[in-house]
Design a protein around this ligand. Sequence first.
Ligand code: ADP
Ligand code: MG
Length: 375
Amino acid sequence: MIQEVFLNQFGAKPELSYQAPGRVNLIGEHTDYNQGFVLPLAIEQTTQVSISKNNGQIFRIYSQNTGELIETSSPLDEIDLSTWAKYPLAVIQLLEIGNQGLDIAISSEVPIGAGLSSSAALECSVASAVNELLDLGKDRKELALLCQKAENTVIGAPTGNMDQLASLFSEKDKAVFIDCQTSELQLVELGFDEAGLELLVIDTRTSHDLADGDYGNRRNECFSAAQQLRLSSLRQLSIRDLDGIDASLSKIEFKRVRHVVYENARVLEAVQAIKEKDFQTLGGLMVLSHKSMRDDFEISTPELDTAVEVAMSSSALGARMTGGGFGGSAIALVKTENKQAITADIYEAFESKGFKTPSIFGVRASSGAKRLGSA
Ligand code: ADP
Ligand code: MG
């Protein structure tokens, strides 16, 4: 338990503990920073944080995952970007807590660097805990946008606001439909359990790093296309606009735009399909989304393609890569009764192709960030 980790590290019980979950995105990829639509859900795996004030005007941050204790003095002028502690420190810097020193212990079950947003889970758990401990009075939306800002400006990963909103606002058995232009949210009851369905995560254990160039390149291509079309964002385009803009963009830019425009439409259709409990249609949309990421947005990998292709040929209703791409995880919507067979087929395909052994596990839509009891 995180309270014990804290006690072992700092020799006293923590004043307060929080947890925030990782997420998978059901559909709507690379649409968030284009002011579009996304449909993520929180997973059961969470990052837990225990925290106390200290009198030393110093930040002492311990991660059980890395086994490291990082110490730095306050106020935070410069953050050392070479350590994982940049995530909590960036959040604390933006919360503007002055000279108040803090002791923080962190422990996470969210696979790290697997496209399941351990970074947002870390940011949101720390932000929520500090906000409550120091009575800063920020609401969850403010915290989400602050955590996104930390990831963008301090850490340098140019991500949208999906991960943080999902980590803070999710609820059990629901997906979060987000309009990223307004950050408005709507919870959508999934009903997977009742329909005998389950969501599998296939973590390909090939890493991605969003602060690397590829994610940022895609973002820049989208922004540049929007600029050439004199639009404030690609959100303003609909499918019927695509014919008319073909000539104004390079072939690559047009493909990127086509992905974003169709993906936004698919999110809206997916929400409708879920409300109608039409999971075949949902599955079909997931596959179309994957093909669009593979062919138009070009962010998939042979491992992710294999996971999706094998899941589909082995009776999944739908499958797609999830998260920023270039590695990380895929998801598959499967009948619970077929889960074992599909899992076995994917392991076998990965082995025969000489890929790293993936990690495959079921996830349930779970609740967002919450305070933990002191026990
Ligand atoms: P993802 O969010 O998909 O897991 P990112 O590259 O965005 O991948 O974030 C992963 C990074 O977040 C790690 O490299 C590490 O720096 C940091 N991180 C996340 N969780 C922890 C943790 N529990 N302890 C230490 N660092 C963590
Ligand atoms: Mg991340």
